[in-house]
Design a protein around this ligand. Structure first.
Ligand code: GLA
Length: 726
């Protein structure tokens, strides 16, 4: 049993294979954190709790609450009773008061880990769940914190349920999902992921200063700009060494991830729904479930943290037929044609693609309503047969006859002012009653929190999917929420809109994958603005970025792979000069970079030269050789651009029998010798052979002495290196 409660000391001990989390009760019944780190056999570390330390007098702390509250390592800190750090929980009573404090009531341990009610989350039959119930003694409510303690990966999940067990309505102003209190004599750094459209999830590491440092979204989605992930680490922690504590949020809306260093050099790390724009009415008898966070501890640096996230998400979050399957190699017509296509043009692409080993054609934006640019027709999900020159069924059947599957693009949450839908239902949009809502990409957001609106949107998608043999959907979302307001909510519940929007989205996607269990769903949001664990619960892959340039992708995919498995990272080869940056990179390098994702093409293949088509054939074969390994193996960052001019990542089979590495020398360098490359993650005692090389190497030699890679000439040259155990 990996969860214990020791009655005599009031200690809860949670053990994963290599980590221990310890919580304990003070004599008054406050729940605090004692330890989170490497596995320990010890059962009682309560001497760490500082219950008798004097914060500002030399006398023994006489259990005065205020000074104690402001220093205590609370498991779930509340607002207004003397802890002046940012709280995880804040309520407002009907009379407008906010102070509250939570005390221990009871606990329960159950076998298995279930997904939280109505939300995405992790699942396992073999994990254990601990539920600790806390109560506010003077107000009528209960808080249940659930911990999922995994037995096969070093992850502990936390989620919180608030139940109004009293008789009065109150308002939740803040209900975060997880808190960790971290201290280190070395000082602490943090890693967060930042960017913009076409440059998502660049890695940012910095020292945690005094005060609050956070990353957050109030965009209605996780966003291009910030990411629901935070890792805190010893200042000297590296890729391969040192303590790392990380949190990721299984949610696709507004979030807050914050590190706050206080007067005693302790860092409170918190994660949850962003309190900005959030106010939830909780009537007597009602409950509110906060989305789940994943906590991961690694004592072996950032690389081991990454591999734990990959294992957890691959086996305990992603679902469906395609989770463990090789995905069809797709070709998408977006960068090939943009809005300018018809059935014949698509068939021309499909014919050439079929001969080059590509397995699916995806028809992107522009097939419905009268959409020839991005300024109309969202919401009118009727096939534009005039533009295509055929029915959808004809097109799909012809593509199938070529041996290719067929996929289609939708943007179900959106509406164009120039659409029949808007002309019929101008009130179906998210907006305030007093202001004309602002446009972004010429579009407005449907108020899917209203049942009739999401039913319409979902049924429109369903009807198209039922009209032909469509085996893949790209579900897009090309603007963020603003002018927040819903006709379906009253003045006390307008503050619920952001969260209700995310719940409505989850409900729609759940219907989709239930009605079409064989469908391959790829989520997308203007590139990678909704690449988060919440969406991964519904789709096994997500479009990572609209930027398909191989060099930009090195940085974007590094940041994404910080926590997400390569099997989830939508990556395509496109033409040069690249449409986002105007850069020309070798065709082979573009392929190597995309192979470390889902792999596909986004170009007019019918315009490629014979020489380029030969490379496509080579690449599609490589995909079949390496994809099982890339999807399932352990990921190692060996060196990262832009920190180094040589970028290299590798994937090693779980049984260490095989590995594949891709290296790119970003800028050509004059007068250099061959490059020395040291691999990672192999079995030092095994012997290996490199494809195309007769020599045999020990794993130890490959990792500690390395190999020389010769012949990289020019900018952006890459190599793929495949090794097998002999
Ligand atoms: C978004 C997506 C693109 C493409 C366009 C279509 O930007 O990320 O891949 O589908 O929308 O409008």
């Amino acid at each position: 049993m990996a969860v214990h409660f020791y009655e005599n000391t009031g200690v809860f001990k949670l053990d994963t294979p290599n980590s221990t989390m310890m919580l304990a009760l003070t004599p008054e019944g406050y729940l605090g954190q004692v330890y989170y780190g490497r596995s320990l056999k010890d059962k009682d570390l309560t001497y760490l709790m500082r219950t008798d330390e004097p914060p500002f007098t030399p006398s023994v702390n006489e259990r005065e609450t205020m000074s104690f509250f402001d220093a205590f390592a609370w498991e779930y800190p509340t607002y207004g009773s003397g802890d002046y750090r940012d709280s995880a929980f804040r309520i407002r009573t009907k009379s407008g008061h906010e102070a509250c404090v939570l005390k221990y009531d009871s606990y329960r341990i159950v076998k298995g880990k279930k997904v939280p009610d109505g939300l995405p989350g992790t699942f396992s039959d073999t994990a254990n769940t601990l539920e600790i119930t806390l109560k506010e003694p003077d107000l009528g409510f209960t808080v249940v914190i659930s911990y999922g303690v995994f037995d096969d990966v070093d992850a502990i999940t936390k989620s919180v349920k608030v139940i109004n067990t009293g008789s009065e309505t109150f308002f939740l102003e803040r209900a975060l999902s997880s808190v960790l209190n971290i201290e280190s004599e070395k000082g602490l750094d943090m890693i967060t992921l930042h960017g913009s459209w076409a440059r998502e999830r660049h890695i940012c590491r910095r020292e945690i200063p005094y005060g609050r440092s956070n990353t957050s979204s109030i965009r209605g989605e996780s966003g291009h700009q910030d990411h629901p992930f935070i890792a805190v680490m010893d200042r000297d922690a590296s890729e391969t060494m040192g303590n790392v504590w990380a949190m990721s949020f299984i949610y696709s809306g507004n979030f807050l991830a914050q590190a706050e260093k206080n007067q005693f050099d302790c860092v409170r790390v918190m994660m949850g729904i962003n309190p900005e724009g959030f106010l939830w009415r909780l009537a007597a008898g009602e409950s509110f479930t906060c989305p789940e966070t994943v906590c991961i501890f690694s004592s072996q640096g950032i690389g081991a943290m990454t591999r734990s996230f990959h294992d957890l998400f691959r086996t305990h979050l992603i679902r469906g037929k395609y989770r463990d399957m090789k995905r069809p190699i797709l070709i998408n017509n977006w960068e090939a044609t943009y809005f300018d296509f018809n059935t014949e043009k698509l068939l021309q692409i499909a014919r050439t693609a079929a001969g080059a080993g590509i397995e699916m054609l995806v028809m992107d934006d522009g097939w419905f309503g009268h959409r020839d640019s991005d300024n109309s027709s969202l919401g009118d999900w009727k096939v534009n047969e005039g533009k295509l020159g055929s029915t959808l069924k004809y097109l799909v059947d012809e593509v199938n006859k070529l041996g290719l599957k067929f996929g289609i693009w939708f943007e179900p949450e959106m509406i164009s002012p120039d659409s029949d839908l808007y002309r019929q239902h101008p009130d179906w949009v998210i907006r305030t009653p007093y202001k004309k809502p602002g446009l972004s990409r010429c579009q407005l957001v449907l108020d899917i929190t209203r049942k009739e609106v999401r039913d319409y949107a979902y049924e429109s998608v369903k009807a198209v999917l039922q009209s032909a043999n469509i085996e893949y959907v790209k579900w897009d979302m090309n603007r963020q929420l603003a002018d927040i307001g819903s006709l379906g909510l009253d003045c006390e519940t307008q503050g619920e809109l952001f969260h209700r929007y995310v719940l409505a989205l989850y409900e729609m996607q759940n219907r989709l994958i239930t009605d079409f269990p064989d469908l391959l769903l790829e989520n997308c949001s203007g590139g990678g603005a909704r690449f988060d664990p919440g969406m991964l619960y519904f789709s096994p892959q997500i479009w990572c970025s609209d930027d398909t340039d191989a060099v930009e992708r090195l940085m974007i995919q590094h940041g994404t792979a910080m926590i997400y498995p390569l099997s989830t990272i939508g990556a395509h080869v496109s033409v040069c000069p690249n449409h986002s940056v105007g850069r020309s990179t070798p065709f082979r390098t573009r392929g190597y970079v995309a192979l470390f994702g889902t792999f596909g093409y986004e170009l007019d293949i019918s315009k490629l030269s014979e020489e380029e088509l030969d490379i496509v054939r080579e690449q599609t074969q490589m995909y079949h050789c390496y994809n099982d390994l890339i999807r399932r193996g352990d990921y190692y960052r060996i060196s990262s651009y832009p920190d180094s001019n040589i970028d290299c990542v590798s994937v090693v089979a779980k049984d260490k029998s095989e590995a594949v590495a891709v290296m790119v020398r970003v800028m050509g360098v004059p007068n250099v010798h061959s490059l020395r490359l040291k691999l990672a993650g192999l079995d030092g005692n095994s012997s290996y052979r490199i494809d195309g090389d007769e020599r045999t190497y020990t794993g130890a030699a490959l990792m500690y002495a390395g190999i020389n890679v010769a012949g990289l000439w020019g900018d952006f040259e890459g190599r793929i290196i495949h090794i097998t155990r002999v």
